[in-house]
Design a protein around this ligand. Structure first.
Ligand code: UD1
Ligand code: CA
Length: 462
């Protein structure tokens, strides 16, 4: 690793016409967060002394959306080329620093590749290049008869012979700050695009006798840029496949590595098994032996040992205790805490509620703003009426309670330990412990009752 301070500049001012979008290109999400955010996170892994983003197209939206005060936000009001973009940042660059240039629309670069690139940047101008079967559009790496790099020629400026070169410039480079300033001061825009090309500094370095060091990324996908929605979708799949590969190598079973989407961070214990079409958002932790069925969404939640999530369930902002079983078709909303061995069944919605050890809510219920003790059973169709149209109220249910089917609990209301609530009850005041409480109109039978019959034809026009 080079000894000098590192100053990383991320170029993110370009327009991205081919995205056909109002959103600036670098804010388009990859795995749920802006492309630029990925580049910033990778840059941070190198612990740079300075981190600057050159923005322009889309204006203040870019710094506002990223919302990171520790970054130097440098406006490039007019996009006159990559060299011009870097020039905007020069006041923030010290002569003895190493400047590493990254692109905000190249989101899959790995920190290891960059660490390798900057290694010799004290003495040399360091370039990251790749060989592409179809190099169209890229700047070409021109070498002399000894294989030494002499220049980069942009596709539009290249001769037919140069266009046959398959080694291309990724745009990522690292160089000493003082030299960069000197060379950029000599840049002009006499070229096919009338732009100030950062790539023109390569020939200047060669003329000054500064060595050019070339390195390559481990995977070509690391340096692929996004210019269209098709390319963004392709990089999304590539990113997701990398996540899947990492998880499997850490001991997670995936039914299909191509059908997993992690738009946040997933931490897994041992022998976790994930069925198809899981979407992960935010921070999700799955302890040992957790299984997740097909078509589930997990967001900002922690699932303890051996939790089983059955198909089509959505869990957000919740903590699920060990050995619990959720779903199929369950929805667990923020603020929910389930103790161990709970059962939450189909078409049950839980919100901001605590459920004690071993309690069960198995069918068709809404439970909100509620605390339930241990070993209680909440029957089918139970609803907590937590909202009076203006305010939310709490429901409290003790241990070993039995709430019969189709009960409405009109909050605020309490159900004591061991209480039984008869089916169909509308509970409007507290139910004492160890007793049966029910509200029900007395059942009656009318004998000799005749059902109405359909009136005969011809009595009215049909
Ligand atoms: C650039 C390189 C080319 C390389 C290719 C790799 C130059 C002259 N050419 O070409 O050698 O093969 O990248 O993808 O450097 N940007 C600004 N301000 C500007 C212009 C660009 O911030 O005034 C940003 C863009 O937002 C983008 C990056 O710089 O993130 C590259 O710009 P782009 O126009 O895509 O460069 P290319 O012509 O593709
Ligand atoms: Ca480009």
């Amino acid at each position: 690793m080079a000894k000098s301070e590192l100053n990383i500049l991320i170029l993110a001012a370009g327009q991205g016409t081919r995205m056909r979008s109002r959103l600036p290109k670098v804010l388009h999400p990859l795995a749920g967060r802006p492309m630029l955010q990925h580049v910033i996170e990778t840059a941070r892994e190198l612990r740079p002394h300075g981190l600057g983003v050159i923005y322009g197209h889309g204006g203040e939206q870019v710094p506002q959306q990223i919302g990171d005060e520790s970054i130097e936000w440098i406006l490039q009001a007019e996009q006159l080329g990559t060299g011009h973009a870097v020039m905007q940042a020069l006041p923030q660059v010290a002569d003895e620093q190493i400047v590493l240039v990254l692109y905000g629309d190249v989101p899959l670069l790995e920190a290891d590749t960059l660490a390798m690139l900057v290694e010799h940047a004290d003495q040399a101008l360091c370039l990251l290049t790749v060989h592409l079967p179809d190099p169209t559009g890229y700047g070409r790496i021109v070498r002399d008869e000894h294989g030494r790099v002499t220049a980069i020629v942009e596709h539009k400026d290249a001769t037919d012979e140069q266009r046959r070169i398959t080694e291309v410039n990724t745009g990522i480079l690292a160089v000493n700050g003082g030299r960069l300033k000197k060379w950029l001061g000599r840049l002009d825009n006499n070229n096919a695009q009338g732009e100030y090309y950062l790539t023109d500094i390569i020939a200047m370095a060669v003329a000054d006798g500064v060595p050019i060091e070339v390195s390559h990324p481990a995977e070509v996908s690391e340096v692929l840029g996004v210019n269209s929605r098709q390319q963004l979708a392709a990089l999304e799949r590539e990113y997701q496949l990398r996540q899947a590969t990492r998880l499997m190598s850490e001991g997670v079973s995936l039914a299909d590595p191509a059908r997993l989407d992690i738009r946040g961070r997933l931490h897994c214990g041992q022998d976790v098994a994930l069925d198809i079409n899981l979407v992960v958002e935010g921070e999700v932790s799955l302890a040992d032996n957790v299984t997740v069925g097909p078509n589930c969404v997990l967001k900002d939640c922690t699932l303890e040992d051996g939790v089983q999530v059955l198909p089509m369930s959505v869990i957000e902002g919740a903590h699920i205790g060990a050995g619990s079983r959720i779903g199929p078709f369950a929805r667990i909303r923020p603020g929910t805490e389930l103790a161990g061995q709970t059962h939450i069944g189909n078409f049950v919605e839980l919100k901001n509620s605590q459920v004690g050890e071993g309690s069960k809510i198995n069918h068709l219920s809404y439970v909100g703003d509620t605390i339930i003790g241990k070993q209680s059973n909440i029957g089918a169709g139970v609803i907590t009426c937590n909202y009076d149209g203006a305010n939310k109220h709490r429901t409290e249910i003790g241990d070993n309670a039995f709430v019969g089917s189709d009960v409405q609990l009109v909050a605020p209301v309490k159900v004591g330990d061991g209480a039984t609530i008869g089916a169909g009850t509308t509970l409007t005041s507290d139910a004492p412990e160890n007793a049966l409480t029910l509200s029900r109109t007395k059942q009656k039978t009318v004998t000799g009752w005749k059902r109405p019959t359909k009136q005969g034809r011809g009595t009215r026009d049909e």
